[in-house]
Structures are given as structure tokens and as C-alpha cells.
Ligand binder design. Structure first.
Ligand code: C5P
Length: 236
């Protein structure tokens, strides 16, 4: 059981979304009358386990979050140049950190309360956790010239999603480590892997996609229809 008010959320909404080729960042596109970022924001806002939400976003987008009726304390941080810098800024802005820090890409709107709870439970038990789906396709490693060098065994490969949850002291230690070594990470549990500590993968879901390119919008619009989550996947 996760205690009430024991989790701090860092909601990452600071990207510019260059790959979408439009001026509005993807996390603020409107889908069914609501910004993409608010689908996950509202899920977190409704969870008694959450004690504070830090939104990482450019200041012009803050009113979008402030205008939502929120009982959970809300703070803001400025985005950094890379995703990991935005997470770090978010971490610095936490007023009173919870036992667990839950980091989520606002560009992944189709999360559910049960998915978030699965990751929280696993992080509480093991220190760090992330949702993942078994890879459905074959992955190849190539050399610089585009020739195949190696085909890894896909039965042990996962497509990793967010939210990713890490115990607060472990996340701080992870950042101390990469700030010292200068390493680049593309997700949060990588910080824990670099410390050679365990990261548990829990069941993600197929609709928890990250909006990255314009074609991602076609599916996500359907996934975010009011009854779609129940229909597609029974609240998982
Ligand atoms: O760019 P990417 O798709 O990896 O971004 C994942 C999430 O991280 C998005 O929600 C984006 O807004 C956020 N992000 C950020 N600061 C950055 C880069 C990305 O908050 N510098």
C-alpha cells in the first residue's frame, strides 16, 4: 500500500516538440477540447497518494495548470535544454519531497490510475520502477554506414514508458553521479541503472504512447475518447 501524500510528481511539459513540425508544443495540443498535458495531470490530481505536483513548463503555459481546480499543491520549474535537465530542475523545485518521485512525460496522455499504482508499488518495493511492454518487432543494431551488425534477442527487450518512479534519495544520488560524470540519459531509471541498483519493469500498456510525430495523433485521438480506455483495455 502506498501511503497518502507520499509521492511527488514531476510532470515534464517543457519540450518544444520539434519533430511535430508545428509551433504549439505537442503536450499542449488540444484533443477533444483539452490540452494533451491535462489528461495525465488530472489523473495525478485525483490520486490521494500524491502530495505535490511540479510542472516543468515555460512560464506562458502555467495558467493552463493553475486554472484547474487543484487541491494538491502545485509548483513550477523551468525547462532545461535536455529532458534530463528538465527533470533536474523539477527536482530542485520540490518543496517537501515525498518518499517516491514519479516522473511523467506530459506527451503521454493515456495513462490510468491502475498503471500509476503498479509503478508506485514496484518502486516502493524495489527502489525504482518503470512500465514496459515486450517488444513486438525485431530490433537491429547497425554500424555507422547502415549495415546490420547484430540482431538482439527480442524476448528480453522492452519498450519503456513513463511514469517512472524512483525513491527520492536514489534519484538524488543518480543526479549527483551523472552531474559528476557528464553522462546523458534518455529516461529516469537509467540513473538508477548507472548506480548499478535494481530497476523493476512492470506491465505498461499499448495505448500509453508518447506523442512524438504527427502520425501519433491519429491513434491518440481515438484512445482519448471518453470510454476508450475501458473499451480498449478494461482499466488496466
Ligand atoms: O522530447 P521527448 O519526446 O523525449 O519529450 C518527452 C517529454 O519530456 C515531453 O513531455 C516533453 O515536453 C518533456 N521535455 C522537457 N524538457 C526537455 C525535453 C523534453 O520537459 N528539454
Amino acid at each position: 500500500m502506498i501511503k497518502k501524500q507520499s509521492v511527488t510528481v514531476i510532470l515534464l511539459a517543457g519540450g518544444t516538440g520539434n519533430r511535430m513540425k508545428i509551433s504549439t508544443p505537442k503536450q499542449f495540443l488540444m484533443i477533444h477540447g483539452k490540452p494533451v498535458s491535462h489528461y495525465s495531470f488530472e489523473i495525478f490530481m485525483a490520486m490521494p497518494e500524491i502530495k505535490e505536483i511540479v510542472v516543468v513548463a515555460q512560464p506562458e503555459y502555467r495558467p493552463l495548470f493553475e486554472q484547474i481546480n487543484h487541491e494538491i499543491p502545485l509548483s513550477f520549474a523551468l525547462p532545461g535544454a535536455r529532458r534530463q535537465d528538465s527533470v533536474f530542475n523539477g527536482l530542485q523545485s520540490i518543496k517537501n519531497p515525498g518518499e517516491l518521485i514519479c516522473i511523467h512525460d506530459a506527451a503521454r496522455p493515456a495513462i490510468t490510475v491502475s498503471l500509476v499504482k503498479r509503478v508506485l508499488e514496484a518502486a516502493k518495493a524495489f527502489g525504482a520502477a518503470a512500465p514496459g511492454m515486450p517488444i513486438k518487432f525485431t530490433v537491429k543494431m547497425s554500424n555507422q554506414n547502415g549495415f546490420v551488425e547484430h540482431t538482439p534477442d527480442r524476448s528480453v527487450m522492452w519498450e519503456i514508458q513513463t511514469p517512472q518512479v524512483i525513491r527520492y534519495p536514489l534519484l538524488v544520488e543518480g543526479f549527483q553521479y551523472i552531474n559528476h560524470t557528464g553522462q546523458i540519459v534518455t529516461d529516469d531509471v537509467s540513473l538508477v541503472e548507472l548506480l548499478q541498483k535494481p530497476v523493476k519493469i512492470v506491465e505498461g500498456n499499448n495505448i500509453n504512447v508518447k506523442i512524438t510525430t504527427p502520425d501519433d495523433l491519429i491513434n491518440i485521438e481515438r484512445f482519448l475518447l471518453p470510454d476508450a480506455l475501458e473499451r480498449v483495455f478494461y482499466g488496466k
